[in-house]
Design a protein. Structure first.
Lengths: 331, 212, 331, 212
C-alpha cells in the first residue's frame, strides 16, 4: 500500500488535522469528527448537515461553507458516522430554525442518521431528512436496500444550501431537497479498485483488461465486470442507463462528471468529451457542468456521471454564491 | 453446569467476543471486501475495543452491562453494524426482568435483541445478513431451554445454529446491506455480519462452558 | 494501462474537446491546441501566456480566465508546445499592450518559447518572458539545465494575472513575475510512477516499499530513491530542503500542496497536517494555502510542496478575484 | 560510388530517417523513460511523420528540402528535441552554397547544423546529449572528406563515430536536458537523443550506400 499515512488505523483523525490547518474558515471538532463553518449559524437560518464515511473527499467536509453545508460528520474510512457524531454536528449548527439531514442511501448512513434524528428531536431540535438514492446501477425494489446515494448529493447540497442561505424555512428547504434528490441519476465505472488504509490491500482485484461497471463510492465491486473499453464505449455505458432511467426526455440539466480519486483530470476531460455529445443526442440540455474530483473513492481510478434535471429555480440557486473548499464561486 | 449466569460471566462473554473479533478481524474485513467495502473487521474491532475500555469495574447488573455495551457500540462503530449490534445489546438489557439470569431469561433477552435488529434493519431470514445467523441461534436456544438445557447447553445449540446459518448465507443473493448492490454477484460468499454474529454466540458458548 | 482513452496517441486532442464542452467561457483552438478566454483581451491589458506539456492539469489550461492567464498552449503529453503553438496563443491574446510568457525551466519549454518570442517580436508583438525554476530537488549550476519549474508557476500566474487585470504595463507585470519566481521553492515526492498513454507502461518501476524523492512533474524519476516512509517523515523530506534553500527566515508565505494526480485529497490533507507544524517550526508564516490537485503528473501518486515568500502586494493580488476552471474566488 | 549527392538522395535520407525512427520508436521512448519523461520516441516519430507528409514532389533544391524539414520539425515535435533537430536542418540549408552537393559541402552543412544545435542548446561534448553523437560524427566526416572520401564513405565514418559517441554517453552524468535532474543516477544509461542522432547518420550512410 503506497499512501501518505502514518498509522493506517488513524487516517481520519490525521486528515482532519490537515483540513483544520488548511481551512481557517472551518471549525474542526476533533473529538466528534465534525467539520462546521467557523461562523455560527445566522439566527433563523435552517442548517444543512450531511456526513458519511470518509474517503470521498471533498465530499462532505469540503462542501461546508457559505451557500452549502453548515456541518458534516466524518465517519471512519467508508464507514458511516455514528449517531453521536451526527447529533454533535446537528446541535453545533442549529440556530433554532431546524436542521436538514442529507443522507446517502446506505444502510449504515440511514440507520445512524435515523438514530441521530431521534436523539436530536429528543433534545428539541427540529430535524427533517432527505435520502439521496440516485445510483441507477442498483436494481431497486421494496425488498432490497435500494439505490445508493452518489453524485446527486453534491448537486443537492449546493442548490439546497443556496435556498437555506436565502432564509427559507425548514419545510421549504426539505421540500426542495426531495425534489432535487428525485431529479438525479448517477452511474459509475471503475478501472481499478481502491485500497482502504486499514485493510492494506485493494478491496477487489481487477485484471489488467477488465473494468467494473456500476461501481459504488465505497469501493465495493460493481454490478458487472466487462472487458476494458475505449473512452467512447465507456461513455455510452454511463450515459445510456442514466438517460434511460429518467424514462422521459430529460431537458435542462446540471451534469457532474466526477473522478473517483485516482483518475487525473486530463482523462476526465477526455471522457467528458465523449459524454457531452451523447448527452446532447439523448436530449439532455447541459445547462451547467462540473468536471473534476467531487465525490471520490479513495485512490480508485474511475469516474461517475450524474445528471440532475433542473428547473429554473434550481439553476438560479446553483448559480448563487458558494464558498467552500470544494466548490466556490460568486464570492 | 450451573443454571445461573452471573454478571461476571456476561462481562467475560463480552470480553471474549472482543478477543475473537480481534483474532478474526482480517478475515471479517476480507469477507467484507468480497461483497462490501472492506471495513467490517475494523468496525467491529474498533467498537469492541471501545466497549472493553468502558468496562471498568463489574457493572451492577446484566441490564446495566448490556446498556453500556449497546451504547458504546452505537457510538463507536458506525456503518450498518454499529446501530445493529448496538440495538441488539440495548434491547437485551430491559428484557432481563430480574437479576437472576438463567437459560430462559437469557434466551428471552437474546430474542428481544434480535427482534430489535430486525426492527431496525428490516432484514428477513435469507436476506444474507447477520439475521441469518442470529435468528436460527435464538430459535435453537429457546428449543434447548424449553427442553431444560442449562445456559451452557443452550449456548452450544445456539452457536451451532448460528454457524449453520452463517454457512447457509454463502449461496444466497443479498437483499439487504451493501452486498445487495452486487445482485447475483453476491452469491458464493459468506456474509461478514453473519460471520461476526456467529463469533458472538461462539464466544458465549465458550464463556459459559468455561464458567462451569 | 488503465485509462479513459480511445487512441493513446490522440489523448491531447480528445481532452481538449472535453475542455471545450465543459467550459463555454473558454475558447479552444483545436488546430493550434491553444486555450484562451472566450472574451478578447481588453484594450490596454497585458496578456499572460503560458503553456507546457500536457498531463499537468489543471495547469495550464485550467488557469485561463479572468484574473489569471489569457491563453495557454498545450503541448503533447509531457512535451513542450511548439513555437507555432505559443505564437498562435500570443497573437490570439495580444491587445497591443504586450504579452508575458510564463515558462517553466525545462530545455524544451525554454527553447520553444524562445523561438516563439522571436517570431512574435518579428510580428510586432512586445514579449517579455519569465522562467520559473523553483525545484530545490535539482542541484543548480551554470553548467547544467538548472532547476525545473513547478508549483511556483501556479502562484505566479495567479498573482501576476491579478496585476495585469489591474492594467499594469508589461514592464511592471514582468518585474513582478520575476519577483514571484525568485520567491518560490518546491519539492516533490512520488510514491508511484505515472504512465504516459503513448508509452503504455509506467515511466519507471518503483518497488512496493520505495519512493522517489525530488521527482519532477514530467514523471521523470527523482533524485534519490529511498524506503517508503511515514507521512510525517515524508513531510520532513519536503519541508527541510525547501526551507533550507531560502537560506534565511522565510516569514509570510503562500503555500501550495499539490497532489500529483493519483493521490486522493484525504491523503493530501493528512500530509498537510504533518507539513503545517513543520513549516511553523521553521518560521514560515503560512498566510494562504491551497491543498489539492493543481500541478500534476498524469496518474502519479505523490505530492509537491511549494512555498512562495509573499509580501503584502503579493498577498493583496493573491486575494483578488479569479475565475478559472482550476482556481476561483471573489467573483 | 558517386561524388555527387542528389536532392533525391537527400529526400531518401529523410524518409529513411523517418523509417528507422519508427522502427526504433519504442526503444527511444524506453531510453527516455530511464532518464527522462518517456516521450522521445513518440516526439521524433510524430515530427518525422509530419515531415514525410510535407514531402510531396521533390523539392527544388537541397536547401529548400532542409528548410521544409527543419520548419516542420520545429512546428510538430515540441520538447527539447523539436527545436534542436529543427535547428540542425534549418542551419544546413543556407550552408549549402550551390546545388552541387559533394562530400565537402554536405560536411560543411552538417557542421553548420550541429553548430546551430550547440548554439541553441548550449551543450558541450560530454554533457550526455545528442551533441555527443553529432559532434564526433561531423569531425569524422570532415576527416574522411579531407582524405578524399566519397559522400558514402564519409557517411560511413560519421555513422561509426556517432555510434561510438552514443555508446560513450552511457557512463556519463548528464549536465543538460531532462536527464540532468537525475544527477549521478543518470549514469549507466544511453542518452536517447544521442541514440536518435546516431539513427540519423546511419540513415544517411545506408541511403548513400544504396544510391551508389
Ligand atoms: N438491514 C440489515 N439488517 C441486518 N443486518 C444488516 C443489514 N444491512 C447490513 N447488515 C449486516 O451488516 C454487515 C456489514 O457491516 P459493516 O461492514 O460493518 O457495515 P457497512 O456495510 O456499512 O460497511 C453485513 O455483512 C450484514 O450482515
Ligand atoms: N541542451 C541540449 N542540447 C542538446 N541536446 C539536448 C539538450 N537538452 C536535451 N537534449 C537532447 O534531447 C533529448 C530528449 O529529447 P525529448 O525527449 O524529445 O525532449 P524532452 O527532454 O523535452 O522530453 C535528450 O536525450 C538529449 O539528447
Ligand atoms: Mg462501510
Ligand atoms: Mg462494510
Ligand atoms: Mg518531454
Ligand atoms: Mg523526453
Amino acid at each position: 500500500m503506497k499512501k501518505f499515512v502514518n498509522d493506517p488505523g488513524n487516517v481520519l483523525a490525521e486528515a482532519l488535522r490537515g483540513i483544520e490547518a488548511a481551512h481557517p474558515e472551518l471549525r474542526v471538532d476533533a473529538e466528534n469528527r465534525v467539520i462546521s463553518r467557523a461562523e455560527p449559524t445566522r439566527a433563523g437560518k435552517v442548517a444543512l448537515v450531511s456526513g458519511g464515511g470518509s474517503g470521498h473527499e471533498p465530499l462532505h467536509g469540503g462542501f461546508v461553507g457559505r451557500g452549502m453545508l453548515d456541518a458534516a460528520a466524518a465517519g471512519e474510512v467508508f464507514t458511516s458516522p455514528t449517531p453521536d457524531q451526527v447529533l454533535a454536528a446537528t446541535q453545533a449548527v442549529d440556530s433554532g430554525a431546524g436542521v436538514l439531514h442529507i443522507v446517502k442511501n446506505y444502510t449504515g448512513d440511514v440507520l445512524n442518521f435515523e438514530m441521530a434524528a431521534e436523539l436530536a428531536a429528543a433534545e428539541g431540535v427540529q430535524v427533517e431528512s432527505v435520502v439521496v438514492a440516485d445510483d441507477v446501477a442498483v436494481t431497486d425494489s421494496t425488498w432490497t436496500a435500494g439505490r445508493r446515494g452518489t453524485g446527486t448529493t453534491v448537486v443537492l447540497e449546493k442548490i439546497v444550501g443556496a435556498l437555506a442561505e436565502e432564509g427559507a424555512d425548514l419545510a421549504a428547504v426539505a421540500e426542495l431537497a426531495r425534489r432535487v434528490s428525485a431529479a438525479g441519476r448517477s452511474m459509475g465505472v471503475a478501472l481499478t479498485s481502491c485500497t482502504v488504509p486499514a485493510a492494506g490491500r485493494p478491496t477487489f482485484e481487477l485484471p489488467d483488461d477488465e473494468m467494473e461497471v456500476g461501481v459504488g463510492i465505497h469501493g465495493e465491486p460493481g454490478r458487472s465486470r466487462v472487458k476494458l473499453a475505449s473512452a467512447h464505449e465507456i461513455a455510452k455505458l454511463m450515459v445510456d442507463p442514466v438517460v434511460h432511467d429518467f424514462g422521459e426526455p430529460v431537458g435542462p440539466a446540471i451534469v457532474l462528471l466526477s473522478g473517483l480519486g485516482g483518475t487525473p483530470l486530463i482523462e476526465q476531460y477526455l471522457l467528458y468529451g465523449e459524454i457531452a455529445p451523447l448527452l446532447a443526442e439523448a436530449g439532455v440540455e447541459v445547462k451547467r457542468v462540473l468536471v473534476g474530483d467531487y465525490i471520490t473513492s479513495l485512490d480508485m481510478a474511475g469516474a461517475s456521471l450524474t445528471v440532475v434535471r433542473a428547473d429554473d429555480e434550481m439553476l438560479r440557486l446553483w448559480d448563487a454564491p458558494v464558498v467552500t473548499p470544494g466548490l466556490r464561486w460568486g464570492a | 453446569m450451573s443454571a445461573a449466569v452471573s454478571t461476571d460471566d456476561l462481562v467475560a462473554w463480552v470480553r471474549a467476543f472482543r478477543d475473537t473479533v480481534q483474532q478474526h478481524k482480517d478475515e471479517l474485513t476480507r469477507l467484507d471486501s468480497e461483497i462490501g467495502d472492506a471495513d467490517h473487521g475494523s468496525n467491529m474491532a474498533r467498537g469492541l475495543d471501545a466497549v472493553v475500555a468502558k468496562l471498568g469495574e463489574t457493572p451492577a447488573s446484566a441490564a446495566e452491562l448490556f446498556k453500556t455495551v449497546g451504547m458504546t457500540l452505537v457510538s463507536s462503530v458506525g456503518g450498518a453494524s454499529g446501530p445493529l449490534y448496538g440495538t441488539l445489546f440495548l434491547r437485551m438489557g430491559p428484557a432481563l426482568s430480574s437479576d437472576e439470569v438463567d437459560a430462559a431469561s437469557l434466551g428471552a433477552a437474546l430474542r428481544a435483541g434480535v427482534d430489535g435488529v430486525v426492527a431496525r434493519g428490516k432484514a428477513e431470514l435469507g436476506d444474507k445478513t447477520m439475521i441469518d445467523a442470529l435468528s436460527p441461534a435464538v430459535d435453537a436456544w429457546d428449543a434447548a431451554a424449553g427442553d431444560g438445557a442449562t445456559p451452557a447447553e443452550a449456548a452450544r445449540a445456539a452457536a451451532e445454529a448460528a454457524a449453520r446459518g452463517r454457512d447457509a448465507t454463502e449461496p444466497l443473493v443479498a437483499r439487504k446491506g451493501r452486498a445487495s448492490y452486487l445482485g447475483e454477484r453476491s452469491a458464493g460468499h459468506l456474509d461478514p455480519g453473519a460471520t461476526s454474529a456467529t463469533l458472538l454466540l461462539e464466544a458465549l458458548r465458550d464463556t459459559l462452558a468455561g464458567a462451569a
